[in-house]
Design a protein around this ligand. Structure first.
Ligand SMILES: Nc1ncnc2c1ncn2[C@@H]1O[C@H](COP(=O)(O)OP(=O)(O)OP(=O)(O)O)[C@@H](O)[C@H]1O
Ligand SMILES: [Mg+2]
Length: 263
């Protein structure tokens, strides 16, 4: 029987002897909308990369829907779509929107990587989900931050994953486009039944769609429903006593400045 959970047991990650993730144990449900928050350097990206089999934990076990991300990396990357935190978009080799989405399929093929009619259909279908079909011939480096993120979501969706992992997809995206992106992700979650794991900086705009929050700072500070996790004490524990907190409808939000420069 397929087990639709990401099972993480006693996982630690070390880089050059420094402990980055310390004894993480939790289960993330494949049908849920899960958000990961935590201060800079908390290990959020490392956590995601461990799930994807891109980083080898020094201890512990990870099973993604019953599969080992290392031994079955190729399978994991087929069923789990990934939008990384920083993507270099080359304007040396200009690529248009459709070609970028097609890369999501073609990387799996041996050269010469010539898209089939079905590949193009799948790419257009994925662009439709994020309402970007009209932009298909525009060059990626000409797009706004929000439009670019929509294309990258389409690129992750083109292989029809059952789960989608996004690492701070709203960085460098203005408030209006951020709201649109959140609506697209919610739609994908509901209509295509795709589970979501999203690292975010600002919780407020996404909170109404969230099932679970993981508050991470090298270890699991808290994991559960927004109401259970977003308490003054837990936020201070993760972000430090000096963090400003905004309380709304019995839910507390850490007030964080713009901590990421666009790289
Ligand atoms: N490949 C690596 N080699 C050595 N140290 C690393 C490596 N990757 C990350 N680190 C370190 O591990 C810690 C956690 O990094 P990570 O990128 O996971 O944090 P994060 O929570 O995603 O931060 P941010 O909010 O800035 O994206 C940092 O101190 C970082 O410098
Ligand atoms: Mg990160």
């Amino acid at each position: 029987m397929a087990i639709d959970v990401i099972h993480i047991e006693n996982v630690s990650v070390e880089f050059n002897g420094a402990v980055i993730l310390n004894d993480i144990s939790l289960e993330i449900y494949g049908n849920e909308f899960t958000v990961v928050i935590g201060p800079n350097g908390a290990g959020k990206t490392t956590f995601i990369k461990s799930i994807l089999g891109l980083i080898h934990p020094s201890k512990g076990e990870i099973k993604v829907f019953g599969h080992n991300p290392f031994r079955e990396g190729e399978y994991i990357r087929k069923i789990v779509g990934y939008v990384p935190q920083y993507i270099r978009i080359s304007d040396v080799i200009p690529m248009n929107v459709l070609e970028t989405v097609l890369m999501g399929i073609l990387v799996k093929k041996k050269p010469p990587r010539i898209p089939s009619k079905t590949d193009i259909q799948s790419a257009l279908q994925a662009l439709k989900v994020v309402d970007m079909v009209e932009y298909r011939e525009r060059y990626i480096h000409e797009l706004s931050g929000g439009e670019r993120q929509r294309v990258l979501i389409a690129r992750a969706m083109v292989r029809k994953p059952k789960y989608l992992i996004l690492d701070e997809p709203f960085t460098g995206v203005d408030v209006k486009s951020q709201r649109e992106l959140i609506e697209f992700l919610h739609k994908i979650h509901v209509e295509n039944k795709v589970g979501m794991l999203i690292v975010v900086h600002d919780l407020a705009p996404i909170i109404r769609y969230v099932d679970k929050i993981l508050l991470l700072n090298k270890r699991v500070v808290a994991y559960g429903s927004p109401r259970d996790v977003l308490k003054k004490e837990t936020i201070k524990e993760a972000y430090g006593a000096e963090v400003e907190i905004l309380e709304h409808d019995k839910i507390c939000y850490p007030l964080l400045g713009d901590v990421h420069r666009h790289r």
